[in-house]
Design a protein around this ligand. Sequence first.
Ligand code: SF4
Ligand code: FES
Length: 255
Amino acid sequence: MAASESSQTRSTISLEVFRYRPDQEDEPTLQHYAVPYRTDWVVLDALNYIKDQLDGTLSYRWSCRMGVCGSCGMMVNGEPKLTCAAFLRDYYPNPIRVEPLSYFPVIRDLVINMDDFVRKLGEVKAWLIPKEEKPVSEGEYLQTPAELAHYKQFSMCINCMLCYSACPVVGHDPDFIGPAAIALAQRYNLDSRDGGADERGEAIFSHEGIWKCTFVGDCTRVCPKNVDPAGAIQQAKVAATEDWFRSVLVPWGKK
Ligand code: SF4
Ligand code: FES
């Protein structure tokens, strides 16, 4: 073993990991594990070490290990994080507590049920609704770089749901459509090829939509892809207010 590697693996770091099987246990518990400390390891590496070397019963989600798939989100010392991007060195020598994302039901250990989030994506119709249909023979729906720039930031979302776990409004009212779903709706509303804004409006402007947001901004702070969901929600509020004024002042001009 090389000298630098040897010095990296000599010490250990303590992980306090949330364990819960709701079908078999009344209450969650915290289980403590000592994991080799390496400066190039992330929390996900430590969980994989536990799974492979110490306790194969631990359950958690991950896939890409590179901040792309959005599946490894967990609470790390109380903060929503992608565990594949949370380095042990940022916590060492203190213990690291790993828990499931807040405000989601737990299926088992660190695995949450994301059905409600998927339902919300459906409610806001987070997909392109073409303004005009044309045959394939007529070619692509082209966009200028400026038109792309208009929504690109909101298209970077990886559905990791960290923003939901950071949002106190979601914590208070789980029916709130929430940051990512609204940011994704805004992504399509701002797309020059899209004509679905009115269809999305029903959910976005509903009682559970944008007006619930109190602009705490924690969703944007924790977002690993700089999507700025808080900004998307405020943009949608401004657009809704402009529409309302237009409908009152120029009712004959309303679409
Ligand atoms: S907006 Fe950011 S934090 Fe929220 S789901 Fe998308 S990538 Fe994750
Ligand atoms: S494992 Fe894919 S984002 Fe972390």
